[in-house]
Design a protein around this ligand. Structure first.
Ligand code: SAM
Length: 238
């Protein structure tokens, strides 16, 4: 997205309007998915990794989420009355949300990032969140991400994240209007509007998991606007 269109969209957002793409490049009407095709039309994983790593380094000191939202999520987790022993955050850049979860819950929380800069931050590991890690399967009482818009294959990423949940565990996706189609780009390949996210999850999940709750923090962040926390759980009958 060019700087000018970003400026225009932010201007409209602050006045209560959203601008949406008239047509999705993925050919579906539901969401936008950037292709990363190489010269022969095949998926270019090295390009994806290079783009993500460059973006990570350029914005390494930025924090997208805020402590108030993480505290709101922690209150939800504590209120469930289920065991809280380990958490996992995907696409955590400089590990700030990992630190907040650790402070607020007093438990072991790990963060992932595709960039090698992960090694510079405590409790962060370099890992592509699409990939299944045998050591993580079924181990976490919660998995959190606001970086699902960086997935080249969101269905694959969600499948891996759901598989990382311990019994009674929850997957928490923090989503904003800037995660919509209009916010998608080579750096943020997956764009989906908040209202369509549960519908698309339904399509991805094939009955194996579903959205069970919607949490709505009441505060509005100056640059981001409102965010929603979608709670996903495995479907135990599948
Ligand atoms: C928008 S930033 C979010 C940072 C952080 N969660 C925050 O709230 O400040 C997205 C991060 O996801 C990382 N990322 C992108 N693709 C990834 C992947 N496939 N696996 C793990 N991390 C990824 C990027 O390197 C970047 O640091």
């Amino acid at each position: 997205m060019s700087k000018l269109s970003k400026l225009l969209r932010t201007y409209m957002l602050r006045r209560g309007y959203t601008v949406t793409r008239a047509q999705s490049a993925s050919g579906t009407e539901d969401y936008f998915l950037y292709g990363y095709a190489d010269g022969s039309g095949s998926f270019d994983y090295e390009r994806y990794k290079a783009v993500q790593t460059e973006g990570n380094k350029r914005k390494i000191d930025n924090v997208w989420t805020d402590r108030e939202t993480i505290a709101f999520i922690c209150d939800f987790l504590k209120g469930r009355g289920q065991p809280l022993r380990r958490g996992l955050c995907h696409g955590s850049r400089n590990g700030t949300e990992v630190r907040w979860f650790r402070e607020l819950l007093g438990i072991d929380v790990t963060g992932t990032d595709i960039s090698e800069t992960a090694a510079n931050f405590p409790h962060m590991v370099q890992w592509d969140f699409h990939e299944r890690n045998p050591d993580w399967v079924g181990k976490f009482d919660f998995v959190y991400s606001n970086s699902h818009d960086h997935a080249y294959d969101p269905a694959k990423a969600l499948e891996a994240w759901i598989g990382q949940l311990a019994p009674e565990g929850v997957l928490l996706l923090e989503h904003s209007t800037s995660h919509s189609e209009w916010g998608a780009s080579e750096l943020d390949p997956f764009g989906i509007s908040p209202k369509l996210l549960p519908y698309v999850v339904l399509k991805f999940a094939g009955g194996r998991y579903c959205v069970t709750d919607l949490l709505e923090p009441s505060h509005v962040r100056p640059k981001v606007g409102r965010t929603w926390i979608f709670v996903l759980r495995p479907n135990l009958r599948s």
